[in-house]
Write a protein that binds this ligand. Structure first.
Ligand code: SAM
Length: 300
């Protein structure tokens, strides 16, 4: 039975959205999840606990934010749309452990924000992401200066399939290689369009990426490794050697030397390489650049 004196977050949000005449902005990916039953199940599936510090990207009307504030230690939510300020103010009123920062998550300094909110304590991400920036946001999170313990996010099914793909598969891409260097992704639930308000035109999956307890690759220079991943998939029809030439300014012979030293076939395409092979090539590039004295020149 609904207790109207103490409304549930879902009822609170529905009333506040109506009261302030909020209209969803399609271009901000505002497909809200308001159903408390579903949200509780998603939080169960990703195993949030009372010791967790959670970063949420895009709280929307704040139903999930409010539910997490009941289950977790602290919630920091980053929302770009100031039009949601009064709605979130109502829904999160009195929830001392939930804080909203109005900022663009693509520009915000995630390490600084989480450091300020959670100190040195570990943190994790739980979010129903805006789909127009899924890949960029996920990449920012899994390569942040202070890494989260896990990233549980609602994404478009196609994005989930790409993140989950393996080397040698058609979908294997820079996003998958970068994510899997950080952690192990798995699907927690399929979520149909009619669970959202308004329904998106795509199927969705709730996935979690758990950070590897021990790193699966330990590149000598993580920045070069990430650049190499991007270069490897930049022009898929080209060989890795050609992509290396374009991205790192190597000539034919240099590219061959680096690949040979990494134990990789000179004619290989980037998408055929495992994480460990990509790491060996990146380390080879670091060694080569040192020998050539090009270490810092390129970035200047
Ligand atoms: N978490 C809410 C829910 O489940 O109902 C809302 C999810 S909705 C799919 C995505 C949210 O992300 C919206 O509130 C939108 O305004 C917000 N958003 C979009 N772009 C953003 C950005 N660049 N930075 C932060 N939030 C953003």
């Amino acid at each position: 039975m609904t207790d109207y004196m103490n409304p549930s977050p879902e009822l609170h949000a529905r009333v506040a959205l109506e009261k302030y005449g909020f209209r969803n902005t399609h271009s901000l990916g505002q497909n809200f999840l308001l159903d408390e039953g579903l949200l509780e199940r998603l939080l169960e599936l990703c195993g949030v606990r009372d010791t967790d510090n959670v970063l949420e990207i895009g709280p929307g009307a704040g139903v999930m934010t409010a539910l997490m504030s009941l289950r977790c230690r602290r919630v920091l939510a980053v929302e770009v749309d100031r039009g949601l300020e009064r709605v979130l103010g109502d829904v999160l009123a009195g929830r001392e452990n939930a804080r909203v920062v109005f900022a663009d998550a693509m520009k915000a300094d995630v390490a600084a924000l989480t450091g300020e909110a959670f100190g040195d304590e570990p943190w994790r991400v739980v979010a129903n992401l805006p789909y127009y920036i899924t890949a960029d946001i996920v990449l920012r999170l899994v390569t942040a200066r202070r890494l989260p313990d896990s990233v549980a996010v609602m994404v478009q099914k196609e994005a989930a399939e790409r993140i989950m793909s393996h080397h040698g598969q058609k979908q294997w891409c820079a996003l998958a290689a970068t994510v899997q260097s950080y952690g192990q992704p798995r699907v927690l639930a399929d979520v149909p369009p009619d669970a959202f308000d308004p329904p998106p035109h795509v199927q969705s999956q709730f996935i979690v990426i758990e950070r590897h307890p021990e790193p699966v690759v330990t590149p000598r220079d993580p920045q070069i490794y990430l650049r190499l991943i991007n270069a490897a998939f930049a022009m898929r029809r080209k060989t890795l050697a050609n992509n290396l030439k374009a991205a790192f300014g190597l000539d034919n012979d240099d590219a061959r030397v680096v690949l040979r030293a990494a134990g990789v076939d000179e004619r290989v395409r980037g998408e055929a390489l495992t994480l460990q092979e990509l790491c060996r090539v990146a380390d080879g590039l670091v060694a080569y650049r040192r020998e050539e004295g090009t270490g810092n020149r390129e970035q200047e």
